[in-house]
Ligand binder design. Structure first.
Ligand code: FES
Length: 165
């Protein structure tokens, strides 16, 4: 490192090359540490998401041993339904007269998220008014080419679970 110092009263400043004293060596060491820290930080920022992608967590938030708590019978009486998150995917859960039913909430037409239409007693896709039977997931009307994908459910006491694996 070089620095320019005034030689005390002379008109010409002198160029002084940094000597490898304690200060210069300290700065170099500091810069090396800073560079090393930057490299390690950059590698961590690159590697961490890759490892997270390759080794996903076994259970997502709200899951218990391959089950996701989807609601309660108190909150979901017969004739009602709700869209819930199962990990990163949406599911529609309906309490029908034939029992609790759950399906992937991704419409089989163009992938919109379906919703529960209580007054019409159907699962409805808001994008193109596709309608599905809540008991079977079959297409009732509209453009969807296939029924909703069924999900396995379990009821324990008052709790409704979607079984994920
Ligand atoms: S995306 Fe659902 S009906 Fe078109």
């Amino acid at each position: 490192m070089a620095r320019i110092e005034d030689s005390g009263g002379t008109a010409t400043p002198q160029l002084q090359v940094g000597t490898p004293g304690a200060g210069g060596l300290g700065r170099r060491r500091f810069v090396r540490y800073l560079l090393g820290f930057s490299i390690v930080s950059s590698l961590a920022m690159i590697v961490t998401p890759i490892v997270g992608f390759l080794i996903p967590t076994r259970t997502a938030s709200g899951t218990e041993g391959g089950r996701v708590l989807a609601g309660t019978l108190d909150a979901l009486p017969v004739g009602s339904g709700a869209v819930v998150a199962v990990g990163a995917k949406p599911a529609v859960v309906v309490n029908t007269t034939a029992g609790i039913k759950a399906y992937s909430a991704i419409c089989t037409h163009l992938g919109c998220i379906v919703a529960w239409d209580g007054p019409a007693n159907t699962i409805v896709c808001p994008c193109h008014d596709g309608r599905f039977n809540p008991t079977t997931g079959a297409v009732v009307s509209g453009p969807p080419p296939a029924p909703l994908t069924p999900l396995t459910t379990a009821v324990e006491g008052n709790d409704i679970y979607i079984v994920t694996g």
